[in-house]
Write a protein that binds this ligand. Structure first.
Ligand code: NAD
Ligand code: GLY
Length: 370
């Protein structure tokens, strides 16, 4: 079992654990009990995850909690105000009180929307994360960003609201479609490229770990995957400890995301998963870094080889004009004073923020990604 603590600057005395292991769903009742005084729980999941894992979770809660469940539709398009309202209504119907808790069982969509409901219902009730996708276990369940989408953009309404505990059962990854595993791998590879800038006091050398363990990782070998998820959570927790509300350092977690978000927006969030867009965004960020002479050709080749090793080479559809992708970058939340913000590689596992990248370099890069 791996156990990592997230300490947030706003609540330094209230650190919370991330527990990573197999067979955790069966133990989640006790784990939840150790993290909250709640007597009643509202479990929120979706129609896919319900069929796979809700029974297991319920079995472990039965003798410990009073609980009720809400099953949402599956899909990013349901991460909206209407689903949020369903959670609020259910919480009111079952008379969930302020000392009670809301549990998210699912991927990043369920985690984000349920977290926002927990942050806002009765001005905040305890929130428990049980992430069941690789992306959610290494990224979205950690760090307290919760949100819903608006028809004009993703994650436009949200909050920073930390969970009381994150329970990552690696067994749940066995039922994940390969495409969703690859989505998580893109975010994992991102951590390898930002590791040193996270300022963690351990040198994990995640880049090397990913290079030498690719077969075990692709085969979801339990020990390797547990270690991998733990390293990513350590790095994310370290960044969140330093900058919970993204005043500075936390922006490095968006390495590869400037281009990724514009690809997602220009394809209406339908063609690519988030991770597929991030894989293209990472490649683009490396190309800009090379064009700006920030990194060596050798390091560039290492990065591209790693993406190749994990079969993460995708292309932007030819029919999307580079100019449209460029314009879409201005609707990103991270735009400040009309400057597009790029996180770029500066040397092995190090990145830096730039807001002065020339338009022609961005356009050339976008064209090269087609
Ligand atoms: P997702 O939640 O849509 O899950 C992907 C698919 O896998 C869904 O169809 C889901 O039902 C299914 N699924 C989940 N667990 C499963 C399992 N164990 N077996 C089989 N199928 C399973 O997508 P995601 O990639 O987990 O998350 C994407 C979302 O996360 C986006 O909305 C994104 O904005 C958000 N996100 C948030 C943060 C954050 O810091 N809060 C960070 C990154 C991404
Ligand atoms: N996924 C980016 C962040 O948590 O800041």
């Amino acid at each position: 079992m791996s156990k990592i603590f997230v300490k947030t600057p706003q609540q330094p005395k209230k650190e919370y654990p991330i527990i990573i292991d197999k067979n955790l769903l069966q133990k989640s009742g006790e784990l939840i009990q150790s993290s909250t005084k709640a007597k009643k729980l509202l479990i929120v999941t979706n129609s896919t995850v319900e069929k796979l894992y809700l029974n297991k979770l319920e079995d472990s809660l039965k003798n410990l909690f009073e609980y009720d469940c809400l099953i949402l539709e599956d899909g990013e398009e349901y991460k909206n105000i209407s689903s949020l309202e369903k959670i609020w209504t259910k919480a009111i119907d079952i008379k969930l009180e302020r000392k009670d808790a809301i549990v998210a069982l699912g991927g990043g969509v369920i985690g984000d929307i349920t977290g926002f409901a927990a942050a806002s219902y009765l001005r905040g009730v305890d929130f428990i994360q049980i992430p069941t996708t690789l992306l959610a276990q290494v990224d979205s369940s950690v760090g307290g960003k919760v949100a819903i989408n608006h028809q004009n953009g993703k994650n436009l309404m949200g909050a920073f609201y930390q969970p009381k505990i994150v329970i990552a059962d690696t067994d749940t990854l066995n039922t994940l479609p390969e495409r969703e595993i690859k989505t998580g791998l893109s975010e994992i590879i991102k951590y390898a490229f930002i590791e040193k800038t996270c300022n963690h006091n351990t040198n994990f050398d995640l880049l090397n770990f990913l290079q030498i363990n690719s077969e075990n990782i692709k085969n979801l070998n339990h020990q390797t995957i547990q270690k991998l998820i733990a390293i990513c959570c350590e790095l994310k927790a370290c960044v969140v400890n330093q900058d919970e509300t993204e005043k500075g350092l936390r922006a490095i977690l968006n390495f590869g995301h400037t281009i990724a978000h514009s690809i997602e927006k220009c394809t209406n969030y339908t063609i690519f998963t988030h991770g597929e867009a991030v894989a293209m965004g990472l490649k683009g960020a490396f190309e800009i870094s090379l064009k700006k002479h920030l990194i060596s050709q050798d390091y560039f080749d290492t990065a591209i080889n790693l993406l190749n090793e994990y079969n993460l080479m995708y292309k932007i559809p030819q029919n999307i004009p580079a100019e449209d992708l460029y314009n879409a970058m201005f609707s990103d939340k991270k735009v400040e004073n009309k400057h597009i913000r790029f996180i770029l590689a500066t040397s092995k596992a190090e990145v830096k923020m730039f807001d002065d990248i020339e338009k022609n370099i961005i356009l050339e890069t976008l064209k090269s990604l087609k």
